[in-house]
Design a protein around this ligand. Structure first.
Ligand SMILES: Cc1cc2nc3c(=O)[nH]c(=O)nc-3n(C[C@H](O)[C@H](O)[C@H](O)COP(=O)(O)OP(=O)(O)OC[C@H]3O[C@@H](n4cnc5c(N)ncnc54)[C@H](O)[C@@H]3O)c2cc1C
Length: 491
């Protein structure tokens, strides 16, 4: 039985009818990490999952009149890079091959429980199973410790090229591209392989299409899904999880309880501190869930017209199908983060715009488009003010940022919804407004993320707070299922 507190399933992978006849991916908006094996095992194409690969992958407009496209197709990307630097274009093949080799090495690890670092046998077993990894130890140490900027500086010289690649290193992370560890965040975003490595796309019907296909598949296995049923407590008797109590005070007993709510919510709200041992209590208290993102959902009745790449017709062009990155260079991103560091929303934010209805006609009436803007940086706690005062101001800031590149934005904007970190927390249940259930920083990854099997007998975690972390990948659930099946005492 699945209990969902909202009226709609999906959590952060959700489609909502935001305005009559308009469907929007109100939280997550693009897909790549979703695991192919899960799609196959659960027959998700049959259950309605449709992936629409973006091409181009991204479009970066520039104030100097130039622009930069990244394509799914490497030769086209190289040609585009060559407009900025021939040297970088030459380096691109090697860079791409290098990332591919890291992704290939790391892929099997994404589908395994990390070893218990305090248990030499567990570490040895893991090491023997993954001997191939040892050839890559130096590369992994580098990528876990380098900043996205330092990493990209090793390959490229053009600021424009590097800035476009660097956006993957800061999404959802309270860090600038110069923060050590952001090179890994970048790698995390090129690991997906639904339709080719690193290719991102939309899900037909919005990101809720992933969740709906999973729900359809689960229901075919007789899983019962109860919406509008918040869990109040996980019932612990003599240190063993034996059931849940819902907000309407009903009690459901079960042999296994699995939570994909974030670890802080699970352990502090549902379980209660009194049931945690000292190690877990310290870990949960020190676990970082810092917000950095603000989501804006828009309804447009026309296409944004970018000055550097004007619309030729009234149908969407390549500048609309790929994710649109507004982040001129590293200094721009660094300054945007500076504001957040001192407890303020960025005055000149990094804005990532996606227009899924440029490819998916099911989302909005003809001639209208939904657009999602993912805006960095937005700290959870603001100095001297709060998000109820700042929410609309920040929406205006983001729109005026877009206006510098696409001056017609005000003429086509019909509706707008702004979700600050406190709204992400209250609407989606994300503690601290952190989109990944906890920062994706080196000391919170792999064996340092939360384990599937908790110290409380029969209680398991299966959400983004476990390895391999945030993103619509399905992998925390996949690994949790294996961990539960391996846990012989249950069956
Ligand atoms: C704004 C935003 C943008 C993002 N963009 C992307 C993107 O483009 N691509 C990508 O791959 N990833 C993206 N992510 C990250 C990704 O969406 C998440 O990592 C992923 O969806 C988390 O899935 P989950 O199952 O671990 O947890 P969640 O989706 O958070 O699910 C937890 C569920 O628990 C429910 N819950 C909480 N409390 C209770 C309770 N008391 N009782 C019952 N139910 C409860 C919640 O309602 C929710 O449904 C984004 C996230 C956000 C917030």
């Amino acid at each position: 039985m699945v209990f969902e507190r909202r009226e709609v399933i999906g959590g952060a992978a959700v489609t909502e009818e935001l305005w009559p006849g308009v469907k929007a991916s109100t939280a997550s908006y693009v897909c790549s990490l979703f695991d192919k094996q899960i799609i196959k095992d659960l027959d998700l194409y049959k259950h309605g999952f449709v992936f629409l690969a973006k091409e181009p992958q991204s479009f970066s407009p520039m104030l100097n009149g130039n622009h930069f496209f990244i394509y799914g197709d490497a030769p086209r990307t190289k040609k585009e890079i060559a407009r900025f630097s021939r040297k970088d274009a030459k380096a691109y093949d090697k860079y791409d091959k290098y990332l591919a080799s890291l992704v290939d090495a790391i892929n099997p690890i994404l589908r395994q429980s990390p070893p218990d670092i305090n248990d030499i046998f567990s570490v040895a077993k893991f090491g023997l199973k993954n001997v191939g990894l040892f050839n890559k130890i130096e590369d992994f140490t580098n990528i876990m410790s380098l900043s996205a900027k330092d990493f990209l500086d090793q390959w490229f010289e053009s600021e424009e090229v590097k800035a476009s690649f660097a956006t993957d290193g800061i999404v959802g992370t309270f860090a600038s591209p110069q923060t050590p560890g952001t090179a890994y965040v970048l790698l995390h975003h090129v690991m997906g392989n639904i339709k080719g490595r690193g290719i991102w796309g939309y899900v037909q019907g919005g990101m809720g299409g992933v969740s709906q296909a999973l729900a359809n598949s689960a229901e075919a296995y007789n899983v019962k899904i109860m919406t509008k049923t918040p869990i109040d407590k996980i019932i612990i008797e003599n240190g063993v999880a034996v059931g849940v109590k819902t907000a309407d005070k009903k009690i459901y007993r079960s042999k296994i309880i699995i939570s994909n709510a974030d670890p802080k919510r699970t352990f502090l709200n549902f379980v209660g501190e009194e049931h945690l041992d000292d190690v877990l209590r310290t870990k949960i208290k020190n676990y970082q869930t810092r917000a950095s993102s603000f989501k804006i959902n828009m309804l447009l009745d026309g296409l944004p017209n970018f000055e550097c790449y004007p619309n030729k017709t009234d149908v969407p062009g390549p500048q609309h199908t790929g994710t649109i990155y507004i982040c001129e260079d590293f200094d721009y991103m660094e300054r945007a983060f500076d504001d957040a560091k001192y407890g303020m929303p960025s005055r000149n934010p990094v804005v990532e715009i996606s227009m899924p209805s440029s490819m998916d006609k099911t989302l909005a009436p003809k001639g209208m488009y939904v657009a999602g803007c993912f805006v960095q940086y937005a700290p959870y706690k603001l100095k001297g003010t709060d998000w109820n005062k700042e929410r609309q101001k920040f929406v205006k800031t983001a729109i005026s940022t877009i206006r510098k590149y696409a001056p017609n934005i005000d003429d086509i904007l019909v509706k707008v919804q702004g979700l600050s970190p406190i709204d992400l927390e209250s609407r989606f249940g994300l503690t601290g407004g952190n989109i990944f259930h906890g920062d994706m920083i080196p000391n919170q990854l792999f064996f340092s993320r939360f384990k599937y099997k908790t110290p409380i007998k029969n209680l398991y975690l299966c959400g983004s707070g476990t390895h391999p972390g945030g993103g619509v990948s399905g992998l925390p659930g996949f690994n949790a299922a294996k961990a539960i099946l391996d846990d012989k005492h249950i069956f």
